[in-house]
Design a protein around this ligand. Sequence first.
Ligand code: HEC
Ligand code: HEC
Ligand code: HEC
Length: 440
Amino acid sequence: MYTFLRILAALILVGVLALAAFIFVPVQLTPPQTELAADYQVPEGSGKYAMQLSDCAACHTAVDGERFAGGRAIESPMGVIYSSNITPDPETGIGDVTLDQFRAALYDGIGKHGEHLYPAMPYDNYRKLTEPDVRALYAYFMDEVPPVRNEVKAAEMGFPFNQRWGIRAWKWVALDKAGFTPEFDDEQLDRGAYLVEGPGHCGACHSPRNQYFAQAGYTAANDRFLTGGEIGGWHAPDLREPNSAPQKWAADQLAHWLRTGRNNHAGVSGEMQLVVGESLQYLSDEDVGAMVAYLRHIGRDGPAPETPPARPETSGKTEALLASADPGMELGARLYLDNCNACHFVDGLGANEIFPELDGNSLVNAPGGTGLINIILHGAELPSTEIRPMRLRMPGFANRLTDDEVATLANFVRSGWSNSAAPIDADAVAALRDRPAEAD
Ligand code: HEC
Ligand code: HEC
Ligand code: HEC
């Protein structure tokens, strides 16, 4: 009897110890780097640039909060996560964090207390950062960012997602190997691949998720990489299909859009606005060129054609209908004439760099149409960039149009000209009516 109890007690102890080890022992998934000497000097200015490439500011600055002081709420289906304070305040920030600890956060998602970080912090992509970029980032946050005292709220996740050790198991199935491996025998393409797959973490939004909720692939070798994802109620479009922006826009138009959020086709909206505003606008000419070359190279059906494909023929029916001003015209067309035509015009082509095209626009045609509904209801504003400082604003129509009218109008636009997206219904509009657009 007693022997049995002793065995049971021993088993429980072993179980508890194993669990404790599993929970509390930090896993350093990648060995410490020895690639650069400890006294390596970070080149002047490279810290800020590495930060801009990686878009650290977008997540680590709360709306109206101090820069990098954290506290930005990041919604997930499992609950809300607050970004950490990454200013060098030793208590509430990362002032007491060593280079190895900092690298562990970027590569392995390990926080300064050894805790597993939620992948809302895109370490699954930052694992590809090169050692010179990690050193540059560390130097930037330690020496150039002013410390700010700001205690950030703990994550609000439901059980079992509040058990951070579970993330460790997730890392085993989800993470790709650390470090960046050049795949092309071409300096420009390899630089582009590095920027997109690593610091730019484009896949965090533009790749679909697999059964483990991990990004489907971390390089173009996976044919689901960058083929479209959902983020904060917006659809981040496929960047590889034949009809995608990198495949159908001219190279210089794509470069211009990445830097300014506008070109002769589209304007930037939703979660992509901070990517342009905080990160892409600062890319050097060489880096934006490399990113464009890479994006155009990895099309699903092969590299993009040198000259952009001709715009698909439209039957001209939409233009004729709108121009007819027939009083018996269907409701969708009438709503378009009354509310949209002044800026986006009868041909749905808008005006270069001012009013985006609605014909062939990926946001208009996105599955679910949430971005389109959001913009019709709440309007949109293009961010100011150094090259294009003027903010351009489209008014919202929530006060003027009912849910049914918005749905009818959205469906008119989604099926007008050469568009042929599936219809949406008034319930989809109702769901977004009281929810302000994410980027506002
Ligand atoms: C997409 C959003 C996002 C981006 C971009 C991002 N982070 Fe984070 N980061 C987070 C979130 C959210 C957390 C907290 C995660 C948690 O609590 O589990 C975090 C945590 C951290 C931590 C851990 C802090 C601690 O207390 O130990 C560090 C360090 C960090 N981030 C640095 C960076 C750096 C440097 C960059 C840019 C290279 C960056 N982050 C970019 C969202 C982001
Ligand atoms: C935080 C999420 C997020 C990240 C990170 C992100 N994107 Fe986006 N992106 C979006 C969303 C949402 C849209 C759709 C809204 C729009 O078109 O402005 C979009 C749109 C785009 C478009 C426009 C496509 C079109 O047809 O109009 C391009 C090009 C693009 N992203 C490229 C990139 C590149 C390159 C990166 C990495 C440097 C990147 N994105 C990172 C969310 C993101
Ligand atoms: C006063 C001029 C104006 C009117 C009227 C107007 N828009 Fe816009 N629209 C704009 C501007 C400017 C933008 C660029 C803002 C942005 O994308 O952030 C825009 C952007 C858009 C976009 C996003 C396109 C993209 O590439 O991101 C869609 C979709 C859109 N408008 C649809 C409509 C519809 C539908 C109506 C009618 C209900 C309408 N607009 C009325 C000026 C206008």
